[in-house]
Write a protein of this length. Sequence first.
Lengths: 165, 197
Amino acid sequence: MKLFVEYWSTLLHLIGLLLLAGGHLWLAVCSVKAEQSTFDYGQRFLLELLPTISTLFGVGVLLLFTSGMAKLLLWYEPGFIFLPLPYGWILLTKLMLYIAIVVNGIWIERRHMVRLLKLGLPEVGDRISAELATAWAALQRQARLNFVLIMVVVAFGETLRFAKM
Amino acid sequence: MRGTLAWLHVALGSIALLGIIAMPAKAHHGGLGIEGDIIAWSLKVDQWQQEGFANGYRIKFLAYPRTTIANRSTRLVFEVQSIATGRYVGGLTVEVIVRFPTADEHVFAAPEIPGVTAYYELPYTFPTPGEYTVAFRTQANGQQLTAAFAQPVLANRLFGDWMTVTGNGVVLAAFIVTWLGAVLALQRRFLPEFMTF
């Protein structure tokens, strides 16, 4: 049973990482490519896709949290995170960064996503308005911040393998 | 050509993924502190928590669970190793003295774990919280080996020392933030008319 839970939580953690970290990576790459293109097709495509992307990121966060919690419960230690060992400090940092990522994600969704959806996309052929462009730029800025934080968490996750318990 | 490149990418990605998952284990005598334990199995790290030296021998100690709770069974595990030869010393008659915060002492035998040379274990339930001392005593080659280890015992698993409170607090905060995020995300999708901010 333990191995079963261990296997599934590892698998779900990897899928969560693919969705959240991989998704942010692709969003960052695609948004830069779209910025550099002469026409606004790329921007339109990303803006249309944003609600779906947001849902996938949300699923990724839930998978990461659920699988992480499953592992902590499985290993069971009172105090959960193995402080004051190096492993515990790294895990504590990871969890705090995770909280920052989720809070930033909530902010992106509640503020920028809602604003973008309210503004809506202009008809094909019309130019993207300055207001929409500003909102889109703000969303990208915060998404890149989240991307950096996620990469730091991933790096800490790899460091955990070598941390002494 | 494009297909070959794509498959090459898939293969390289798979190798990288397998490399991440299947890191080689660090070899250690008889595995790790707790044989077959899922933490050892998953993290492949040495779990010995304290060690003492006596007459040319190293005596290692761990309590499992690491954070000991009153009225819950705890495994007290010891290992004896010769410093000069590096050999692990089995077949000893070991006594464990549990010294209470009140200075009372109780003596127990800690037999060698069958099939694991030089591991000596005693399951013990600490009756009250406080600072205990767990002393290891045996004789090897006519020499007395003694080592004492400090073992704090907490009243409960939620509150106790700062480590427990911090650990539980941060996990709780992560849970609350995740829950809040999930609720707000569902609200935006299904009940946008109730959005207040």
